[in-house]
Design a protein around this ligand. Structure first.
Ligand SMILES: NC(=O)C1=CN([C@@H]2O[C@H](COP(=O)(O)OP(=O)(O)OC[C@H]3O[C@@H](n4cnc5c(N)ncnc54)[C@H](OP(=O)(O)O)[C@@H]3O)[C@@H](O)[C@H]2O)C=CC1
Ligand SMILES: O=C(O)CCC(=O)C(=O)O
Length: 453
């Protein structure tokens, strides 16, 4: 059977056994097709049936989460943990709390995490979890009771050498605290079972900043390869959460001008540059609307999403040199890609997981726009989580500068690995193919070494 027919067969199987899991199918499609040059060269992956095996999570846990709201009513949500692949290390990946969460979304994120974690050069397997719980509009006590209920089931399946969750959309420092507290109460162990912890109780310096900073370091590496840099570059950023805020902060340090940020309700355009301290105060501390930003900065413009056709993102209409989609999946579509190209954008660097739709990626490629794929560009977060695990295991506490230096080196290594692999397979500079092949090869070779398990 040809490689192409084998891939088609595996994808058909996914559709058959995972109906309605569109995001998982999308991620699988992208990864499997980009592996063709490797699969044609090395038939061991076929002999060991790696494609079919790697598409099936080692374990999928779905559970009921019942918690009491402030009115004394019992609320029910779904909880998920997909332990996708442990060939190169214990399961590792974040938890997402968002009303859109379903099994397909957690599977797409867990699948991407396998290759992302392999690319970091560290020994961590791939997993993801979460819930369709919506933290928005909930009181602090409701969030705490939900996290405690969620952990009351999850603790049975995780552990410092087994599975180490972390944050993602809707899961920040507050939620990590409540989750860790409940794990400790249930097990009696104070251990590195979750990352993104606060500095007072086992967290790592630079973890909070790591995904955003890492994304900018990755962009810096891409630009450097083409004798360019970030100095003076106009950058558009979407999102205003953990990844977006620290992308904006690092862009300033590199001499760039980040002019947009957004949330699910609207977008801010601040021509002279986003005021990152005021953004932190509004979003990180007070969890307010971005409308407040425009009130504090009358020279900025706030556009609510209702002013825009459905699905469009206002950030991509602002002329820019570099775009950093840093909110959520499929937020940058073909129409956006056309506008970015027409406006002279030179690089799209994915801070979020799979934010660019496949037709948009193809359009950017056709027009020779540089592209940093999420599984490489946003890997700084999980890499620094592993540094947190290392510190916990050895009871060490590294300084902000020490961790930042390691993070910067890891991002450089990821870029070099993806770039060199693209060259090895005859598509120099195609970092999607380079990242997918490099991540897959490490995991698949480890699976072969460990036999049919
Ligand atoms: N945190 C991390 O370390 C890592 C995160 N990522 C990825 O980065 C992305 C952002 O995560 P993070 O910053 O941690 O999450 P946060 O919850 O901190 O922030 C998410 C931001 O994206 C916006 N957003 C979420 N969903 C939508 C939507 N459907 N439409 C428009 N805006 C939306 C949110 O707006 P609102 O508040 O209004 O919903 C918010 O501004 C995700 O794709 C995540 O998987 C990747 C690697 C590591
Ligand atoms: O820090 C982690 O373990 C995971 C971060 C994450 O969820 C991601 O990389 O998408």
């Amino acid at each position: 059977m040809s490689v192409q027919s084998h891939i088609d067969k595996v994808l058909r199987k996914i559709e058959e056994y995972s109906p309605g899991q569109d995001e998982f199918y999308q991620a699988a499609h992208e990864v499997l097709h980009s592996l063709i040059p490797l699969l044609e060269e090395d038939n061991r992956y076929d002999v060991h049936n790696i494609l079919e095996r790697i598409m099936v999570p080692e374990r999928t846990i779905i559970f009921r989460v019942c918690w009491l709201d402030d009115h004394g009513r019992v609320q029910t949500n779904y909880g998920y943990r997909v332990q996708f692949n442990s060939a190169i290390g214990q399961y590792k990946g974040g938890l997402r709390f968002h009303p859109s969460v379903n099994l397909g979304i957690i599977k797409f994120l867990g699948f991407e995490q396998i290759f992302k974690n392999a690319l970091t050069g560290l020994q961590i397997g791939g997993a993801k979890g979460g819930s369709n719980f919506d933290p928005k509009g909930k009181s602090d006590n409701e969030i705490m009771r939900f996290c405690q209920a969620f952990m009351s089931e999850l603790f049975k399946h995780i552990g410092k050498t087994r599975d180490v969750p972390a944050g993602d959309i809707g899961v920040g420092a507050r939620e990590i605290g409540y989750l860790f507290g409940q794990y400790k109460k249930l097990t009696g162990h104070f251990e590195g079972v979750i990352t993104g912890k606060a500095l007072n109780w086992g967290g790592s310096n630079t973890r909070k900043e790591a995904t955003g900073y890492g994304s900018v370091y990755f962009a810096e590496n891409i630009l450097k390869k083409y004798d360019k840099d970030l100095e003076g570059k106009i950058c558009t950023v979407s999102g205003s959460g953990n990844v977006a805020i620290y992308t904006i902060e690092k862009l300033y340090e590199m001499g760039a001008i980040p002019v947009t940020c957004s949330d699910s309700k609207g977008t801010i355009y601040h021509e002279t540059g986003i005021d990152v301290n005021s953004l932190k105060a509004i979003k990180e501390i007070n969890h307010q609307s971005l409308e407040v930003y425009a009130q504090v900065h009358p020279d900025s413009v706030y556009t609510p999403v209702s002013h825009y056709p459905e699905g469009r993102h206002q950030a991509w209409d602002v002329p820019c040199d570099v775009a950093f989609p840093s909110a959520t999946q499929n937020e940058l579509d073909l129409e956006d890609a056309k506008v970015l190209v027409a406006n002279g954008c030179i690089l799209v660097n994915e801070g979020a997981n799979m934010p660019t739709t496949p037709d948009a990626v193809a359009y950017l490629k056709k027009h020779n726009i540089l592209f940093g794929p999420g599984k490489a560009a946003n890997a700084g977060g999980v890499a620094t989580s592993q540094l947190e695990m290392s510190q916990n295991a050895s009871m060490a506490n590294w300084s902000f500068e020490e961790v930042d230096i390691k993070l910067r080196q890891i991002m450089r290594n990821i870029f070099e690995t993806a770039y060199e692999t693209s060259k090895e397979f005859g598509c120099e500079g195609d970092l999607v193919t380079g990242a997918n092949i490099a991540g897959f090869r490490k995991v698949a070779d480890s699976m072969i070494d460990q036999g049919a398990v």
